[in-house]
Design a protein around this ligand. Structure first.
Ligand SMILES: [Zn+2]
Length: 162
């Protein structure tokens, strides 16, 4: 299991290096993105327990994001830190420090050792999907796009309770 996850991450990471180093990087990323539309469930969830995968897929289905991720990766903390460094991310202290999104590959990374509850996972996944919808790294743009997603999550939660 661990080996499989590592191999998958390695492949994803290698792909990023390849994209980053060629002038056709945007084209490659676009081709992959286009190929995956429009099926909402066609993205990969990697490294998750069956429960985590079911949860995150259900949450994303409820949120109906304008742009879907290509991959959602649950990674152990050390791997999360490594990936963040690899992508030269500036992760603001205390802010989305349990999840981040690599926009060119539409990959959402989740620190599986640190996210605290199912509800908080949905809240932060909404923020990351907001980055994808806005297609930029602005935190305020991401939160703005996330507002509708969070509302849909809350509405679904209320329906489930009553
Ligand atoms: Zn963010």
């Amino acid at each position: 299991m661990r080996l499989r996850i590592f191999t998958t991450l390695f492949l994803v990471t290698s792909a990023q290096f390849a994209w980053g180093q060629t002038s056709g990087s945007a084209k490659l990323a676009t081709a992959e993105a286009t190929a995956s539309e429009p099926s909402a469930d066609s993205y990969a969830v990697l490294g998750a327990t069956p429960e985590q995968e079911a949860l995150v897929r259900a949450q994303i289905r409820v949120m109906q994001p304008g742009v879907y991720p290509l991959r959602v990766l649950f990674v152990p903390h050390w791997k999360y830190i490594h990936a963040a460094r690899t992508f030269h991310l500036r992760v603001p202290a205390g802010y989305t420090s349990k999840l981040f999104t690599h926009l060119p590959s539409r990959s959402v990374f989740i620190d599986r050792d640190r996210y605290v509850s199912d509800d908080s996972l949905g809240y932060w996944v909404a923020h990351e999907l907001g980055h994808l919808a806005a297609n930029n790294v602005s935190e305020s743009d991401a939160d703005k796009a996330a507002r509708n997603y969070r509302k849909r999550l809350n509405d679904a939660r209320k329906r489930a309770v009553h």
